[in-house]
Design a protein around this ligand. Structure first.
Ligand code: LLP
Length: 399
């Protein structure tokens, strides 16, 4: 890809996404699931750019949303209501109300109290709320503790016994209709066994519920399929689907999943330019124009992202790649072997399509960056860079 050309045309820092890569990832997943009815609900939080959502919608994806804002994004690009799931550990009344009025596929509940709120609001609206319950199967996903969600130490979902009690209550309610079951044990998972174990625990509950005449139609295994950032061995998708399917024998359910990173992570790169190099005798620093506010994964999780310096491969030595933000955690790499760089050299930070732009901020009154999509060899701006006026707009009104 002509990164230099794109950097010149759109400026840096810049996110660039390869939409053909997204298509391939989506098709691979659908292929792995083809033995069953399946619904792929893309986890919007990974990359919520409207053009990304529209592209995935055109491929047939639904959306997994964690705020009413994300639900509205999905609706805005025309994702079918019956393909939208609203999850999240703390939904506000107004969010629940809109989700019910919009008649989306289901609201995924994460506590008993939340179920009571949903029931109450559905009653006020004279509706019956389609729900699923997020089960916390108490399984170690063997991933970074900050992105692990399936243990009882984590705030997510409810334990099996509470879930069962909730399903029975929901079944007996005039305003709740239990149609789904959900679990999501964590993110960036590269081992099969945690997925298999979670599917076993959850499918046991589905069978148990069936014997109580509670008919679950959507079996949602969440997201979490890992990608290669460095040299991780990733899952074979066929093995992944089989690990789930082997637990579903005899159950007439639509396999639902919520991949985020798998679909978009390796479709994206972050382009940033070298401003300066400096060496204090002990350490070499490459100072670039991007920063932790643009791509926060290295500073938040110590995440590894490959870095390529376009057009240079000589005078290699270890360096920290750092941004201009006034924090010591503002780095993209530490002690990385990289060539000597010059002002205006371009760095490509790989695997930046997921949880990159969506977690960016205006910290230090830095403009959130522009985003570009490449599809069939054509580049297209899909988000303009913030300008100063955008950043102060809401405050300027109140001064
Ligand atoms: N479904 C639910 C309920 C989730 O909480 C998540 C991610 C997903 C699906 C999508 O997971 P994925 O397929 O992308 O692994 N900011 C972190 C990741 C946080 C993930 C939060 N939940 C990072 O940059 O690694």
């Amino acid at each position: 890809m002509q990164y230099n050309k794109l950097a010149k045309k759109y400026g840096t820092p810049l996110y660039v996404y390869d939409f053909n890569h997204i298509t391939n990832q989506f098709n691979q997943l659908k292929e792995a699931f083809k033995a069953r009815k399946s619904l792929v609900c893309y986890a919007v939080k990974a990359n919520s750019n409207l053009s990304v959502l529209k592209h995935l919608k055109e491929l047939g994806a639904g959306c997994d949303c964690v705020s009413i804002g994300e639900v509205k994004r999905a609706l805005y690009v025309g994702v079918a209501k019956y393909k939208i799931i609203f999850s999240g550990v703390g939904k506000r009344d107004d969010e629940i109300k809109i989700a019910l009025q919009e008649d989306i596929l289901m609201i995924n509940l994460e506590s008993e109290e939340e179920m009571e709120r949903v029931e109450l609001i559905a009653k006020e609206l004279g509706l019956k709320a389609r729900i699923s319950i997020r089960v916390n199967p108490n399984i170690d996903a063997k991933t970074h503790p900050y992105i692990s969600t399936g243990l009882h130490d984590n705030k997510f979902g409810v334990d099996i016994d509470s879930a069962k009690r909730m399903y029975i209550k929901a079944k007996n309610s005039n305003h709740l209709e239990p149609i789904g079951i959900h679990s999501h044990i964590g993110s960036q998972i590269t081992e099969l066994e945690p997925f298999r174990a979670a599917a076993r625990v959850v499918s046991d509950l589905v069978r148990n519920l069936k014997s109580l005449n509670i008919d679950i139609k959507f079996f949602d295994v969440g997201g979490g399929v890992g990608i290669q950032y460095k040299d991780e061995k990733t899952l074979d998708l066929y093995d992944y689907s089989q690990a789930i399917f082997e637990n579903l024998t005899g159950l007439d359910v639509t396999l639902t999943c919520e991949p985020g990173r798998f679909l978009v992570g390796n479709s994206g790169v972050f382009l940033t330019k070298v401003l300066y190099e400096k060496n204090n005798g002990k350490k070499r620093f490459i100072i670039v124009d991007g920063a932790m506010n643009d791509l926060g994964r290295p500073s938040l999780y110590g995440a590894y992202h490959k870095i390529e310096v376009i057009g240079r491969n000589e005078d290699l030595s270890k360096a920290d790649v750092v941004g201009p933000v006034c924090e010591s955690t503002d780095f993209f790499a530490k002690d990385r072997v990289l060539p000597l760089t010059k002002h205006d050299d371009l760095l490509v930070i790989k695997s930046a399509g997921a949880y990159g732009f969506t977690m960016s901020s205006n910290y230090n009154t830095r403009a959130r960056v522009a985003e570009v999509a490449i599809k069939d060899g054509q580049d297209k701006l899909i988000r303009e860079r913030d300008c100063f006026e955008d950043m102060i707009k809401e405050e300027a009104k109140c001064i």
